[in-house]
Design a protein around this ligand. Structure first.
Ligand code: ZN
Length: 210
């Protein structure tokens, strides 16, 4: 498959210390996809990175709620929120990109989750479903109509990003072998089901790499 380089963008989701082994919300073996992501990035003229970037008092941290443990849920005005271990706090090592990520050509970094009261899994829209990050405008102003998504985690930030992209009218691909999942209570299967129902294409990196 040949990507139309002028109209396609690669979105690299949350390849940060916090989500890789040794991080505060480590996803098993997530560092192993990084060399593949670096290779894929060479195939795109437009590459956008996202970076989870939380204030200390962020609402998604279990330890900011009394008697709550990580991976429990709470109800917020915008819906059900999973509580996470404290992770990717602004300015900390945990929030930095993984040192193996090597994409000097990336033009834009979208930092998300920086409002204390709202989480943000998606690169396009915060979890209240009302606050845009600006990424849609960036892509459309560059005449981009197709996005390819990789990164961490397949069943949360990758899936939410893909679902928003499709809903906003982008042709959307998720490169499965360049993603890693958390898989919390069946979340991976249900994420794929939602994505496939919305017409998102599930592909492997061999479809892109020469
Ligand atoms: Zn987060």
């Amino acid at each position: 498959m040949q990507t139309d380089s002028k109209r396609s963008a690669l979105i690299v989701v949350d390849v940060q210390n916090g989500f890789t082994p040794g991080g505060n919300l480590a996803v098993t073996a997530a560092d192993q996809i990084i060399p593949l992501i670096n290779q894929l990035a060479c195939q795109f003229d437009t590459v956008v990175l996202t970076q989870d970037w939380h204030p200390d008092q962020h609402i998604s941290f279990a330890d900011n709620h009394e008697n709550k443990q990580p991976f429990e849920t709470i109800e917020l005005p915008y819906g059900t929120q999973v509580l996470w271990p404290r992770h990717c706090v602004q300015g900390t090592h945990d929030a930095e990109f993984h040192p193996d990520l090597d994409i000097p050509t990336a033009q834009l970094i979208i930092r998300k989750g920086f409002h204390a009261e709202i989480d943000s899994y998606s690169a396009f829209m915060e979890a209240d479903r009302r606050t845009p990050t600006g990424l849609k405008g960036y892509l459309t102003e560059h005449q981009i109509d197709t996005v390819y998504i990789v990164g961490i985690a397949t069943d949360f930030c990758v899936a939410w990003t893909a679902l928003d992209a499709a809903q906003m009218g982008f042709k959307t691909y998720v490169i499965e072998d360049a993603c890693k999942a958390i898989d919390l209570n069946g979340s991976l299967q249900s994420a794929w089901q939602s994505m496939l129902e919305q017409g998102i294409q599930r592909i492997q990196s061999t479809a892109i790499l020469p």
